[in-house]
Ligand binder design. Structure first.
Ligand SMILES: Cc1ncc(COP(=O)(O)O)c(C=O)c1O
Length: 363
């Protein structure tokens, strides 16, 4: 039987209809497309990390519980004592674990949109009904009435709220998030991937609501390549999710490296402070750029719209000038004409601003 026939017979229709997540290629380009931290570690810190890795036993399975690492995460990120913690191979994997646990006939995942694309693609891949509720123009604020109406209508198993939101960069109103938590029959996952750049957190909600969980990642802090995310929340919920977590999803090198990283969190916090200051400079410069509309951001990225040239063309021309940003224009009607740029080093940001103004001037 030809492979296509077997695939049609056995692979779920929702998987066949999906596409592989697109990852921009950036050989030789200044990479400002994926919200990575652009700064390397200071050399002595790098050396100390490599010395630590010498002692890691690669022939042994990792500590499946990762109790040491969890303890460090608890302390560094000030988790409430009552909260449990689950580790994932990046927070992407945690979204997948949650979706797998909750998927079933009639179960829905609800999220405001535009938001992080993985909520929808993981929902679809796990046969969870995805329901997106449009944000409000022009500031991308949460449409609380529409969210509450959708909660009432679809009775979602889970609501995902990115706080700050990607790609719009804003922090939704706290009271609105609490209102949704009180109204929904399922759980609310507050995705704080960009929390370090926001100077704000909804972590205290863990002590007030038994259906709220908070997800974080080390990716945006400087360890995107390592792959470590965590979910904090009520132990009873985490126990259910633990059953679907593959026992060795966080390898020995990741556990050791993340532990080392957390011991040096001050270095990363300093880099974060620098990125926040540079985000403001980049924002101010984009505000002054003719033909550009930019939105304020609490993340390490900025959403902007080019009003005189199609976003896809700006994206292509910037690429030819050596810069990779993310064109998000096709993601959602509210993002028509929009691109997203990650805050890089001061030099990278200057290179981006120069290239953008040249691209727009030549038009
Ligand atoms: C809101 C949000 N959540 C989660 C993630 C995924 O993070 P991780 O690298 O931990 O999988 C991203 C990545 O861009 C994101 O924007």
């Amino acid at each position: 039987m030809p492979a296509e026939d077997r695939i049609r017979r056995w692979v779920r229709a929702s998987v066949r209809a999906a596409s592989v997540y697109p990852v921009g290629k950036a050989p030789g380009l200044i990479k400002l497309d994926a919200m990575e931290n652009p700064y390397p570690w200071p050399e002595p810190m790098r050396e100390a990390w490599l010395r630590r890795l010498r002692n890691v036993a690669l022939n042994r399975y990792p500590d499946a519980e990762a109790a040491g690492l969890k303890g460090q995460l608890r302390a560094v990120f000030s988790l409430p004592g009552s909260a449990g913690i689950l580790l994932g191979n990046g927070s992407d994997e945690i979204i997948q674990i949650i979706a797998c646990a909750l998927s079933g006939p009639g179960a829905s995942l609800l999220a405001p949109e535009p938001s992080f694309a993985m909520y929808e693609s993981i929902a679809k891949g796990t046969d969870l009904n995805y329901v997106g509720v449009p944000l409000q123009a022009p500031d991308f604020s949460l449409d609380v009435d529409a969210m509450l109406a959708a909660v009432e209508r679809v009775q979602p198993a889970v609501v995902f709220i990115a706080w700050p939101n990607n790609p719009t960069g804003n922090l939704f109103d706290r009271n609105a998030v609490e209102c949704i938590a009180r109204s929904t029959p399922g759980i609310v996952v507050v995705d704080e991937a960009y929390h370090a750049f926001a100077g704000a957190t909804l972590m205290p909600l863990l002590e007030q609501y038994d259906n709220v969980l908070v997800m974080r990642t080390l990716s945006k802090l400087g360890l995107a390549g390592l792959r470590l995310g965590f979910l904090a929340g009520p132990p009873a919920w985490l126990l259910e999710f633990e059953k679907l977590r593959l026992p060795y999803n966080v390898g020995v090198l990741v556990q050791e490296s993340a532990g080392f990283f957390l011991e040096h969190i001050d270095v990363l916090q300093e880099q974060t402070r620098r990125l926040c200051a540079d985000r403001e400079r980049l924002y101010q410069a984009l505000l002054k750029q003719p033909g550009v509309t930019v939105w304020p951001s609490a993340g390490n990225f900025l959403l902007f719209r080019t009003d005189t040239m199609p976003a896809s063309e700006v994206h292509e021309r910037l690429k030819r000038a050596g810069l990779l940003v993310r064109c998000v224009a096709d993601m959602h009607p509210l993002l028509a004409g929009c691109l997203r740029v990650t805050v890089g080093t001061a030099g990278e940001n200057d290179a981006f601003l120069t290239a953008l103004s040249e691209v727009l001037a030549r038009h």
